[in-house]
Design a protein. Structure first.
Lengths: 120, 148
């Protein structure tokens, strides 16, 4: 079973993401911010990272940058799921190494489609 | 909201200290109400999601796996996920608005009554949000997707 690291400081968003992903047959590892996610990324085998942008301690772009520096995460897809929709933020995400930028609220069916498309 | 510097200050309107104090009180009351609203939304969402999970589990247990009825109800629940994300967006919006109001309240006090001893204008600037409101959506339609 493929594992997805779902990162969001909102417990309700984590529940919604987990509900969607487990229903589609994925194993979900939850993290409450970028720092927590970075630590869990070291101790779990993760096939895809789905991360919020605005979080305390370490935001989504910061986490993406840190993970891309790690040999284990150079090719793992990283999707940023956020309320932020400005082109400036999207370009910052792209420059950090994100695979895609999804604006909230997410549609469960479209989220699964995108994950299937980018996950090896 | 940035503090007004001497160089950008135009012709001023003198505000009596009592009026400034009342305005500041009103802003603080609104901030407190927004905080309560956030708590109400959070509590309601927690309960809603718990019931949502229970409904999903009950369905899976009580209906035959793969039955058309089960698939139809599970599809309906999955579609509700879009709207159930309202609390996350609302709390970000409330947080940003509260920061703006907080900045207004403190700037009003500083302008009308003067800064406290040792308080730098920079401290007021730090109370304001450091970026535009992250929530620009006005409807709960699913957002855009960009793959790089």
């Amino acid at each position: 079973m493929q594992s997805i690291l779902a990162v969001d400081d909102s417990p309700s968003m984590r529940k919604m993401v987990s509900f969607t992903l487990t229903g589609a047959g994925y194993h979900v590892v939850e993290a409450f911010d970028g720092q927590d996610a970075y630590e869990k990324a070291q101790s779990h085998e993760i096939d895809l990272v789905l991360v919020d942008q605005n979080m305390p301690r370490l935001d989504g772009i910061g986490l993406t940058r840190k993970l891309r520096e790690h040999p284990k995460y150079q090719t793992v897809p990283i999707l940023i799921l956020t309320t932020e929709s400005s082109d400036q933020m999207k370009q910052a995400g792209r420059a950090a190494g994100a695979t895609g930028w999804l604006v909230k609220p997410f549609d469960p069916n479209r989220l699964i489609e995108v994950i299937r498309k980018v996950m090896p | 909201m940035q503090p007004v510097s001497e160089s950008t200050r135009g012709p001023g309107v003198h505000l009596p200290v009592m009026v400034a104090a009342e305005l500041q009180d009103s802003l603080l009351v609104v901030m407190h109400d927004l905080h309560r609203l956030e708590g109400l939304l959070s509590h309601a969402t927690d309960n809603l999601l718990e019931r949502f999970g229970e409904a999903n589990e009950s369905l899976t247990e009580s209906l035959v796996h793969g039955s058309p009825e089960l698939v139809a109800v599970q599809t309906a629940l999955r579609n509700a996920v879009v709207e159930l994300q309202f609390q996350d967006m609302a709390s970000q919006l409330i947080w940003h608005t509260t920061k703006v109001l907080q900045s207004c309240a403190f700037q009003l006090a500083a302008e009308a009554m003067g800064s406290e001893e040792g308080e730098e204008p920079a401290a007021l600037a730090q109370m304001a949000p450091d970026r535009p409101n992250p929530v620009t959506q006005s409807e709960m339609d699913a957002g855009s997707i960009d793959l790089f």
